[in-house]
Design a protein around this ligand. Sequence first.
Ligand code: XIL
Length: 383
Amino acid sequence: MIQHRRIRDAVVLAACWSIALFEISAHGQSTNSDLSPLRDLASQCGIWIGPAVAYGPLIGEAIYADTLGREFSILTPENDMKWAPIHPQQFQYSFDRADALVAFAGANGMTVHGHTLVWHNQIPSWLSSGSFTRDEMIDILRDHIHTVVGRYSGAIAAWDVVNEAVNDDGSLRSTLWLTSIGPEYLDLAFQFTSDADPNARLVYNDYGNESINAKSNGIYDLVSGMLVRGIPIHGVGFQLHITLAGINLASFAQNMQRFADLGLEIYITELDVRMQLPVTPEKLATQANVYAEILKACLAQPACRAFQMWGFTDGHSWVPSSFPGYGAALIFDEAYQPKPAYDALAQGLRKCAPVGAATAPSFGSANGSRSLGGAIRPLPLAY
Ligand code: XIL
């Protein structure tokens, strides 16, 4: 109860801070007075913009919450909706952290991208070392999805239903899910999610799939088959954990187009652009250009719905621990100062429409005019 009260207080405080900051900038008194927040600019382009978010700094660092609430229109829980954190024991769920992130989003007029319902990593040991029959695994999957998705039904715009299920050669990755259930686990996961929240956009998410290659061909075949079978799938996610070398933009554009031609939405889900340390002004300029080019590719594709990054401050990023020697992959530095990549995104977004002409976002169809899910129901702040 005390814990809940603390979270509630923190969330309320964060909302007040964001409003206060916004008012300061609206009156032109802050150092950022010449800049509209990215979320306002992105809304004019008809896309969501936002980062993966970690609970620790959200609760512990006021400037983290301020920046998040001010700049972004969507957040993805970086870890707190994965199986191990949210479902640590077979008959026990742990929702506090996920609840706090969803409540923060609601209090700040943001939506949420849920991550993730089926993955081979961060699985609790009761599941990975249990010996369950195929039918039991299907029941476990159904119960988990119904419980988690049902809890946040209406508050989450899009779900990464299945994450990283395809190998580089295009075949299905050998995971707990594939070996225990068989390839039908994908159809089942999407169907269970749709049953629990018929209005959420359901996404297949992966990495290394941005170009036309064996992996993206495998994903193309996979999702095409699902569509033929009438499985509810609405989008494909491109993680885009990349380096200063960037990506093949022409191939990315062609690739997005073939998925859009299937009637699917495109989500840039986890972009970060890492550099070998130390940071130099030249590397920051190259990084800004990579960010700008990917944004441009998204804006040029009418089915592209979201430009999402795997964090926003270099002070909290998975890169240094996952890619030793690399870092500085995000758009704010460790002191929460906007980097050249931030300015490049703002500049790219400003091309959509004059600032001040934003309209309330609403849901649109994949290939229709670009529009966003706006009516996101905030969770109550008190639990
Ligand atoms: C990462 C988190 O950022 C880390 O904190 C965690 O230790 C491991 O997972 N692709 C994904 C994300 O889909 O869930 C991963 O997140 C990064 C790669």
